[in-house]
Write a protein that binds this ligand. Structure first.
Ligand code: GMT
Length: 372
């Protein structure tokens, strides 16, 4: 199949999922055309069956706001026609689904039929989607998409709650390539911690919704009992506040901000515990990435996280903001090597249920159904 994938090319989860999906489909022999405004971060160097089409908006002085959506729709039309696309798959509703709708209608007026799939990822529904100024367009696009998927049952439920649509929504969860577990490279680990010190890790875009402050507070409490180290990977609007909080909690020599990381795997594999205390989280891809490396997860119980992290098995779930409970759970895991090893094994086993090989087939079946 010739598949056009529209995505955000940045470090956000939807972009990572869309890029990994495209790369995997390309490996299976499909022709993949990524359409976005810059090279997707996870794309890497040249790969067979993959073409990247850049969307560039001219900065004509009349435009106070760049008409990205219009240029994106034009680009979709152009790529669909000249690369003979069979299907368009857009990740994140805003503004990709409305641009896809426009592209599909333009193509239809030229006698070309091409369906589009919209995959909802989270904040397109739970945060941005709730902003009433987007509501009519998102509802319309949900109804107009040839198929709609959501990355968790929780997100599907949220969509029905926030938008007046009875559109069928298929849940196709996020996925991960599963590889055999490797022993930790001690020479790398020792750059961050002494051998006896546990390593905590958190990866995100440091937005408010991630509650990274809670990561620091939980870590601070645990550190009073068990001297530990924390690696914070990522960057974003909360970075400055977090650095301040680190100073206030006197944790500067125990916390490493490593900034944005392309291959989070190299950081996650050093960790003994992964933390995800988010306010809302439709899925929690970072937690799944940690689990695939055998890292148990201390998280909030919000949104789709309980569909990934199993309480008392692969980690623990607490109410949003319950710092004491999260710290207690972390200590429970760290105090007993056998328990920790059991949770590690469970996390790895659970991650296998989201193996890329299994999940990507669901997208292929969906495409085939639409093309019949
Ligand atoms: O909000 C983000 O963290 C980024 C956002 C995105 O779309 O780039 O992530 C959402 O999509 C991910 C991939 O499907 C999910 O794993 C995240 O849980 C989801 N984020 C939220 O719901 C807050």
């Amino acid at each position: 199949m010739n598949i056009g994938i529209v995505l955000y090319p940045t470090y956000g989860g939807s972009g990572v999922v869309a890029t990994e999906l495209g790369k995997y489909l390309a490996k299976k022999g499909h022709e993949i055309h990524f359409i976005t405004y810059s090279q997707p971060v996870r794309l890497g160097s040249f790969r067979e069956n993959i073409t990247y089409h850049e969307v560039t908006v001219s900065d004509y002085p009349l435009f106070d706001y760049e008409p990205y959506e219009t240029v994106l729709a034009s680009k979709m039309v152009d790529v669909a026609k000249h690369e003979q696309l069979d299907i368009l798959h857009v990740h994140y509703a805003i503004p990709h689904a409305s641009a896809a709708f426009m592209a599909r209608e333009i193509l239809k007026s030229q006698g070309i039929t091409i369906p589009f799939v919209t995959t909802l990822h989270g904040t397109d529904i739970t945060l941005v989607g709730k902003d009433p100024s987007f509501e009519p367009v998102i509802t319309f696009c949900l109804n107009q998409s040839d198929a709609v998927t959501a990355v968790s049952e929780s997100l599907k439920k949220d969509t029905y709650e926030h938008f007046s649509t009875d559109r069928e929504i298929q849940v196709i969860p996020n996925f991960i390539p599963i590889e055999p577990l490797k022993p930790v490279d001690l020479s790398v680990r020792r750059r961050f911690a002494l051998d006896e010190e546990p390593i905590f890790c958190h990866v995100s875009n440091f937005r408010k919704v991630k509650r990274v402050q809670d990561v620091l507070k939980v870590f601070g409490k645990v550190n009073e009992e068990v001297k530990s180290q924390l690696i914070l990977a990522g960057d974003g609007p909360e970075r400055y506040t977090l650095e301040q909080l680190c100073r206030e909690l006197d944790l500067c020599d125990r916390v490493t901000f490593i900034g944005k990381v392309r291959d989070t795997q190299h950081v996650l594999e050093l960790a003994d515990l992964f933390m995800l205390p988010s306010e809302t989280e439709s899925f929690g891809l970072a937690a799944l990435e940690a689990m695939a490396l055998g890292v148990p997860v201390i998280s909030s119980n919000t949104g789709g996280i309980p569909e990934v992290n199993i309480h008392g098995e692969t980690g623990f779930l607490s109410d949003v903001g319950d710092i004491d409970d999260m710290a207690k759970n972390a200590l429970f895991l760290l105090m007993d090597k056998e328990i920790h090893a059991k949770f590690k094994a469970n996390a790895y086993k659970r991650a296998q249920e989201f193996d890329i090989e299994r999940v990507v087939c669901e997208y292929e079946r969906l495409y085939e159904r639409l093309l019949k």
